[in-house]
Design a protein around this ligand. Structure first.
Ligand code: NBY
Length: 841
């Protein structure tokens, strides 16, 4: 149905086009209007929640006006778009970000003050949008910010989970998971009840030949679930370009529960279909770097991928171009293997539904997709059992077999003498049951594969994907080192630092071109500047100390060295090594005389992060941290010299408070296991130093900021294999300090030792896979160097200034420009300066 208003009537539309506020008065009028009409409240019952709701709606209205213009302009200019497919978008809060990006925070601050509210109180009303686990999901969110800020025509596609990542409570030292129901009020989304896609599951495949001899494949039967679109506007910084994040929500095909059953008295099963359908987008799987192979997860993946592709293809078909031009209009990036089915689905659409030849279709498919790998950990590489696939997506399994057949024929032609190679690279693993290897499918179906930091990109080429480098050549594999958005992670999280920098280097231009931070280096010895710099750090530590006091009851001294490790809890990230180091410090303090203790630098060891609910070792680490804290924090011999804190429910908005408050942060994964890490970048950008291993982006951070400004320690990735071998087959002497730590644990110093036995025996008895004992000595020695360095505050501050000045490379803007140029082949489309809609013709 043509819904476009005919030309003669468009004038009225143009005259009354929504504009959104521009002045403080307009903003206040909008807020009051929303309080009184949208919320049906008044000045007599407008609490902070209502004020937040109304103020956000005022901004949402403004964003959607910009959004409309941007989308119209992109459609009319007919330029290539990038579609970023990610099962996770860890967005955090939107209000502060919207105010800053549209440049109206001052207006909002003053306007809300006129109406009787403090902006900080209003900002803190917002519930985080926590549709992600960790780095991978947050990366997707930073990318959205950069793509909009750089004016790239880009859409994100994801799932609208009813429950985000669980909320973490600490009860008696243990993690307890609480559901994160975040949707009871979400002003940032627009339901699009008119954009609904039918998604099919199960059923069977029928093949026949038409009278003209054409092969026809029909996938029929099974069940249908509806995908409903919800749009989240993504504003760019200092541009009116506003992109879209489209999240799909699942709904029963019938829309209603079964009246027949209801009327016949079968109340329970009358709602069953509806609930089954809604389950698909109900929860985010809370695992990071672990594949569990649950059917519902595969259902989520296909549901989301099929709806997104239907949408993308529909948009392309409106342009009436030839199919061969699809990759000139559309680039699709796969955030890890979770959306790999998109490759199969596009091939199915082209061959089964549009009637293209296989080869022609496959060329289109491979030119369209790029695949980003985020891990080398074998337990995180996605695999799906063939029987499960066969049942849920019978046609897709056939297509996968076909793709594999053509691929293996190519391999055979290229390496005719290497019979074992075929089994090694086959998309189907010949196990019991057979498994579909999603990473291999993603590689075969994409034109580029990238890792997320140099070391990681080198490692995937030399280990897990080495055969594919031989088959496709090295050019298919590339590196794009991760980045972070300086808007959220400097300007929003640390406004005072951002202001101070701006006052020295000629304004906030660095927020759009982070390399401009270079200019700061001139001030690394400027006394007055350093004083202000240090004051800001101290104030940020005071703020965190207050948060610690109110949430844990522990008083920490803001003048102490704040040592922070916040990230998902995982053995490879080695929080266990950190807490063993803390115990070592505690034992050292206990063995000292009062005189000796006076020379020590006081330290606050801060941990935070969620453990996957089924990851027992990770939960044990949390329990140990809390148990050590319970002893150390009340030991009068220790006092301020050491405090151990576990921060509950680490998330994006807490990260915004925590990152600016660190003196040193820990990024201490076993070399070769952390693909990149992105919080390392956030901490350094906020004037903290880091202690870390030669892993992920730590290596490039060192190259940029200089090795004098980072505390590196531990074995290298190239040594890991031999070290593991030595644990299992050779001789391995335990570090004596670590032995003492284990003795203390075993003597029940931190409560019943039995509770922590698994952590100790993983190292003592089970091969110490993450090489904690190999790195422990180097780690504690380096921590001593940190203590020494911290005593020279003058030098320390200079190091942090120089480091910030050299962090320009780690902007996600740089990163997105690299993707755009070397993988997506897309150009920015600047919005019209006057903000008009571009619909003039
Ligand atoms: O991606 C992280 C990497 O560990 C980190 O080094 C990197 O900086 C970041 C961005 O590139 N990976 C990550 O966060 N992965 C997950 O959260 C994740 C979630 C789910 C699943 C696998 C990984 N899964 O299979 O369900």
């Amino acid at each position: 149905v043509e819904a476009s208003i005919p030309e003669p009537q468009r004038d009225a539309w143009k005259r009354f086009q929504a504009k959104g506020f521009t002045t403080k008065e307009d903003f206040e009028r909008e807020v009051v209007r929303h309080v009184e009409t949208t919320l049906a409240r008044s000045m007599f019952n407008c609490d902070e929640t209502a004020a937040y709701a109304a103020a956000s709606l005022a901004f949402r209205d403004r964003l959607i006006t910009q959004w409309n213009r941007t989308q119209q302009r992109q459609t009319f200019s007919d330029t290539k778009r990038i579609y970023y497919l990610s099962l996770e978008f860890l967005m955090g809060r939107a209000f502060d970000n919207a105010m800053l990006n549209v440049g109206a925070k001052e207006i909002a601050t003053e306007g809300l003050a006129d109406l009787g509210f403090r902006i900080e109180d209003i900002i803190s009303q917002e519930h985080d949008a926590a549709l992600g686990n960790g780095g991978l999901g947050r990366l997707a969110a930073c990318f959205l910010d950069s793509m909009a800020s750089l004016n790239y025509p880009a859409w994100g596609y994801g799932l609208r989970y009813r429950y985000g990542i669980f909320k973490q409570e600490i009860v008696d030292g243990y993690q307890v998971e609480v559901p994160d129901y975040w949707l009871d009020f979400n002003p940032w989304e627009f339901p699009r009840h008119d954009i609904v896609v039918d998604i099919q599951f199960y059923g069977h495949v029928r093949k026949y030949q038409t009278d003209e001899g054409k092969n026809v494949v029909i996938w029929e039967g099974g069940e249908i679930v509806k995908a409903v679109a919800y749009d989240v506007p993504i504003p760019g910084f200092e541009t009116s370009a506003t992109n879209n994040l489209r999240l799909w929500s699942s709904k029963a095909a019938s829309g209603e529960f079964d009246f027949q059953k209801f009327n016949s008295g079968d109340y329970e099963s009358s709602v069953a279909e509806q609930q089954r359908a809604e389950t698909i987008s109900a929860v985010l799987y809370p695992n990071d770097n672990l594949d569990r192979g649950k059917e519902l997860r595969l259902k989520q993946q296909y549901f989301w991928v099929a709806a997104s592709l239907y949408d993308i293809v529909r948009r392309f078909k409106k342009s009436k171009r030839a199919w061969s031009e699809f990759p000139d209009q559309v680039a699709i990036q796969l955030n890890d293997t979770h959306p790999t089915l998109a490759i199969v689905e596009l091939q199915r659409i082209l061959v089964d539904l549009e009637g293209l030849e296989w080869d022609e279709s496959w060329k289109i498919v491979t030119r369209t997709f790029g695949y980003t790998n985020h891990t080398v950990l074998p337990e995180a590489l996605e695999k799906w059992s063939v029987p499960l696939f066969q049942n849920l997506l019978p046609r897709h399994l056939q297509i996968i077999y076909e793709i594999n057949l053509f691929f293996l024929q190519l391999v055979e032609r290229k390496f005719p003498k290497e019979r074992e190679l075929l089994g090694q690279v086959s998309i189907i693993e010949e196990s019991q049951p057979k498994m579909v290897r999603m990473a291999y499918l993603a590689i075969v179906g994409s034109h580029k594969v990238n890792g997320v930091a140099e070391l990681h990109s080198d490692l995937i080429k030399s280990t897990i994907f080495k055969d594919f480098v031989r088959i496709f050549g090295p050019d298919k594999f590339t590196n794009v080192t991760n980045g972070i958005t300086p808007r959220r992670w400097l300007h929003q999280a640390n406004p005072r630092l951002s202001e101070l920098i701006a006052s020295k280097i000629g304004g906030v231009g660095f927020l759009k071109d982070l390399n401009l931070l270079n200019e700061l280096e001139k001030f690394a010895d400027d006394k007055e500047f350093k004083k202000q710099w240090a004051e800001i750090k101290y104030a940020n530590k005071v703020r965190l100390a207050k948060h610690i006091k109110t949430t844990t009851g522990v008083t920490v001294n803001p003048a102490a060295l704040f040592d922070i490790q916040v990230k998902r809890i995982h053995e490879y990230k080695r929080q266990q090594m950190n807490i063993f180091g803390v115990i070592h410090r505690y034992l050292t303090i206990k063995a000292m005389t009062a005189e000796e203790r006076k020379k020590l630098a006081p330290r606050v060891s801060i941990f935070g992060g969620k453990a996957a609910p089924g990851y027992w070792m990770a939960k044990t680490i949390i329990h140990l941290v809390n148990s050590v804290g319970a002893v150390v924090n009340h030991d009068e011999d220790v006092g301020d010299l050491l405090k151990v804190i576990f921060l509950e429910d680490y998330n994006v908005s807490k990260a915004e408070m925590i990152c600016p408050a660190s003196d040193i942060s820990e990024h201490i994964s076993t070399a070769g296991t952390e693909a990149s890490g992105t919080s390392n970048m956030k901490f350094v950008l906020n004037g903290g130093l880091i202690i870390g291993t030669c892993d992920g982006a730590n290596i490039e951070i060192t190259r940029e900021i200089g090795e004098n400004n980072i505390f590196l320690f531990g074995n290298l990735a190239e040594d890991v294999e031999d070290l593991r071998h030595a644990h299992n087959y050779g001789s391995h002497a335990m570090d004596p300090d670590l032995v003492k730590v284990f003795e203390a644990i075993k003597k029940n110093t931190f409560g019943d030792a039995g509770a922590f036995g698994a952590l100790v025996s993983a190292i003592e008895d089970h091969g110490d896979y993450y090489l904690v004992s190999d790195d422990f000595h180097s780690y504690t020695q380096t921590q001593d160097l940190v203590d020494e360095a911290y005593k020279d505050q003058d030098e320390w501050i200079s190091k942090t200034i120089i480091s910030v000045a050299r962090m320009g490379f780690f902007s996600s803007d740089r990163c997105i420009n690299e993707y755009a140029e070397s993988i997506w082949n897309i150009e920015p489309l600047a919005p019209e300066a006057n903000g008009s809609s571009g619909m003039a013709k």
